[in-house]
Design a binder for this molecule. Structure first.
Ligand SMILES: [Zn+2]
Ligand SMILES: [Zn+2]
Ligand SMILES: [Zn+2]
Length: 304
């Protein structure tokens, strides 16, 4: 039970955090009554798993000779690193190695040089054997000096080869690429919260303060809370558990956790001049909710 002095101290601390608030009312007020109450914070978490596959290029050079049929994605052993934390794991499914023709070179292992078109045509005269020579405004055609008027070169300047074939960089000349199937396991933690608070304290503030855990359950599949003095907790626990059972059809629920916390709330009534107001102290930290605090002397209360 909160004492009158503790209630005033909590309010004074709250007022001091607000630059524009005057601390005079908090210092001078008379606390007339304190009523102990409770707020409730219920959390339901569903930790789910989703599996998908994708084809991946092997580039580690490891031998992946097949040794039987590949397992079904759901038969591959995989466990989460941490429960109730969203994360992803990627594994190689054994016996899924497959060779496919390289689409960059159409399986040839090389590409034809564009400069010489694979025929070592002279880049300078484009195979004509004659090239233009410029003398001021006069131009004339002369025998090409690059290819000695043959139209062909021994080694192409573009591809530096004799046959115009450039090794394919995608498959490094092999003409084929090796792929395997990867299993992507996505673990997601879905969290739903419900706050029962009847005095107008913002629900997010109730979620953020400490209280007492009165019920906690961690099971593959939880049942909703069925007994509680507050009917709203039973109704909302049932609604949330049912929602979670249907919300993610592509995901498998592997663990559920439900926690019900009771957060202490004290309703404090006070008088200051002709002002009769209430404020609330909540959470083990003694946070304050005082929307009607007469922080400006001319506002709300007659002090003259
Ligand atoms: Zn030439
Ligand atoms: Zn070339
Ligand atoms: Zn290739």
């Amino acid at each position: 039970m909160l004492s009158k002095q503790a209630a005033k101290d909590a309010l004074l601390q709250h007022v001091n955090k607000h630059f524009f608030y005057s601390s005079t009312p908090a210092k001078e007020m008379t606390v007339t009554s304190i009523v102990p109450l409770s707020a409730w914070h219920y959390t339901l978490e569903s930790f789910t798993e989703q599996r998908s596959t994708r084809e991946t290029l092997c580039n580690d050079g490891l031998d992946r000779s097949l040794n039987g049929a590949p397992p079904h994605p759901w038969d591959v052993h995989c466990t989460p690193s941490t429960e109730f934390m969203s994360h992803q794991k990627v594994l190689e499914i054994p016996n899924t190695s497959v060779k496919k023709s390289c689409n960059n070179c159409n399986g040839r292992g090389y590409k034809i040089c564009r400069a010489c078109d694979g025929m070592n045509i002279c880049c300078h005269c484009h195979g004509a054997g004659l090239a233009w020579e410029y003398h001021g405004t006069n131009t004339r055609r002369v025998a090409c000096r690059t290819c000695y008027a043959t139209g062909h070169v021994q080694i192409c300047l573009g591809c530096k080869t004799r046959n115009g074939q450039i090794t394919c960089s995608t498959c490094t000349g092999k003409g084929s690429l090796q792929y395997y199937t990867e299993l992507v396991v996505k673990y997601t933690n879905h969290v739903s919260e419900y706050v029962l608070e009847k005095n107008g304290i913002p629900k997010d503030k109730i979620k953020g303060v400490r209280g007492q855990v009165v019920f906690q359950q961690n099971l593959p599949c939880v049942e909703p809370i069925s007994q509680h003095s507050e009917q709203q907790i039973i109704v909302n626990s049932m609604r949330m558990v049912n929602d979670h059972r249907q919300a993610w059809p592509g995901e498998k629920i592997i663990k559920q956790r439900q926690v019900l916390r009771s957060v202490p709330v004290s309703e404090v009534a006070y008088t200051w001049y002709d002002c009769n107001q209430r404020f609330w102290v909540f959470g083990n930290e003694r946070e304050v909710h005082a929307p009607d605090y007469p922080y400006q002397h001319l506002w709300g209360c007659n002090v003259s």
